[in-house]
Design a protein around this ligand. Sequence first.
Ligand code: A3P
Length: 324
Amino acid sequence: DTKPSDPEGEEESLSPPTPPKREAWLGASSLSQFQGCWLSEDFSKSAALVQAHFQPRPDDIILATYPKCGTTWLKALAFAITNRSHHPITCKNHPLLTHLPHDLVEDLEFPLRYLHHPVSELENLPSPRLLCTHLPLPLLPTSVSTIGCRIVYLCREPKDVLVSMWHYMNKVYRDCFTEFDRAFELFCEGVSLYGPIWDHYLGYWKQMTTEPNRVLFLKYDEMMADTGNHVKRLAEFFGGPVSVEEESSGIVQDIVKLCSFENLKKMPVSCSGVTNPIDGLAIENSVFFRTGKVRDWENHMTEEMAKKLDRIIEDKLGGCGLTF
Ligand code: A3P
């Protein structure tokens, strides 16, 4: 391969076009498209590192969510269920009584990882690993699909996601307040961290339809309506179904209670702790627990706004079978 001489300006015209930037609901930073997904610069770097260095194992369990769909809750449930033999649910020193669920399940891609905690450190975790990601499926290494890792995907009513995200972003980046109407417009255009939300949902949904044994696709509202049944489904999916003896001892209800919004919200670590998943940005743990309710969008959107977002979501999901 020979590189042609570089007449003036040619180098520039050969370089890939700069991806369009959009204002973020992320303080001063902006969002750019990274392989079709809206990410801030730090998050793009982190995603690229995951693609380059994360080595999936066949027995990995990956918890995947779009942000604000109940990641904290899913992490708590998955941790409690998979560790129940050596951390009995009702024991006085259960890790969930003193740790934020985010500190008990490793994230694949947070910027913290490449600044202080390289992706390669995931190699030190014993199998089977319980991992978590907000990355859309196409941005994960392809071997995640071919090697047979199991994925639990949790989605949520998009209007409730928007409301939850708006509150969260304005609390975390409190110096740069975004009006709800502006956040709504951007969300409708698909511009939100890890968005568009419909592409995120669709990627995992399609994978679930082709490989139902490998992808468990859950909805926040349904999990709220019958958490006990979801505990059993998760346990079975993880390969350790709740036994008859466990069920009669009340373990399902104990897990539901331990991981409930009310219980986790009142833990000292949730009330007063501070976490630092994004370099230089201290986040109060309390921001992960707001109302924990379904249909809070009714307190934030007009009927017209709700209808508009519903139409967009319906249109984008294109009759795939996923409805809210
Ligand atoms: P709201 O802002 O609607 O209250 P994530 O964990 O993905 O960041 O999602 C945060 C949302 O999940 C917030 O929703 C939060 O209150 C809710 N949440 C946190 N812990 C929960 C739990 N144990 N059960 C139910 N919802 C929970």
